[in-house]
Design a protein around this ligand. Structure first.
Ligand SMILES: [Zn+2]
Length: 241
């Protein structure tokens, strides 16, 4: 389920093999695209995504031209976006330049599913997405959403999806988030390995905990909740094929 950092696992690693059977989007910056496509070519349910993470934007801004030339080779983009943790104006400027550049590449390319990072920068991120992608067939997933209620309502009205992980479920805002988002717009993610902790040390455990947390808020049993998320996932994938 979207998104995973599967690209971090080296060729032939145990974690890489263990995840052969799961549907997963792994992301990577442009120079890793070709090697990772090769690495996961035998994994039918892992779909490598092309990304340029905002936390790497200032070091990897030169890869935007490569991103542009690779954009039509994939249906899956992520992570891209903005991150407001850094207070360095130069870093933030580079993030904006990189994000605008990749959104321009995506805008006129074939339909895609796009995973978006928006930590502490939700308004700016949603503004850029609306400016570049409104009216296009691309599907936007806000991953680990942590913005305000007003920003959330805007994102919902723009038809964005939201991917949820087990670490989010422990936060204070989780219940209100799940109650506000239409059930048909919910997806799961692991954001592994960053979310691994005492409760979940692998993707399977993480997804089980996430479904448990969702089922409590939605008032559905675990299996029904799993079917709902799978249905949402299937629909979004079909919508761009
Ligand atoms: Zn992220």
């Amino acid at each position: 389920m979207p998104p995973g950092l599967v690209s971090q696992y080296p060729r032939g690693s145990r974690e890489g093999r263990r995840n052969r059977h799961k549907d997963d989007f792994g992301y990577q910056h442009p120079v890793l695209w070709k090697p990772n496509q090769k690495l996961f070519s035998g994994c039918q349910n892992i779909r490598p995504a092309l990304g340029l993470h905002p936390e790497l934007a200032s070091q990897r801004a030169h890869e935007t031209s490569l991103f542009d030339s690779l954009c039509n080779e994939t249906k899956y983009i992520g992570e891209i976006g903005l991150d407001g943790v850094s207070r360095d104006p130069q870093v933030r400027l580079k993030q904006r330049q990189v994000f605008n550049s990749v959104l321009k590449s995506i805008k006129n390319s074939s339909p895609k599913i796009i995973t978006i990072h928006s930590r502490r920068a939700a308004t700016e991120t949603i503004d850029a997405l609306e400016n570049h992608l409104h009216g296009t067939p691309h599907r936007v997933i806000l991953h680990w959403y942590s913005g305000t209620k007003a920003e959330l309502m805007r994102a919902i009205n723009l038809g964005f999806h939201f991917s949820i992980n087990h670490a989010m479920a422990r936060g204070k805002a989780f219940e209100a988030l799940i109650e506000a988002v239409p059930v048909s717009s919910l997806l799961t993610e692991t954001d592994a390995p960053f979310t691994f902790d005492a409760f979940a040390t692998n993707r399977r455990q993480s997804l089980i905990l996430t479904i448990d947390a969702l089922s409590k808020v939605l008032g559905k049993d675990h299996e029904e909740c799993k079917r709902t998320i799978w249905g949402n996932f299937s629909r979004i994938v079909k919508s761009i094929s």
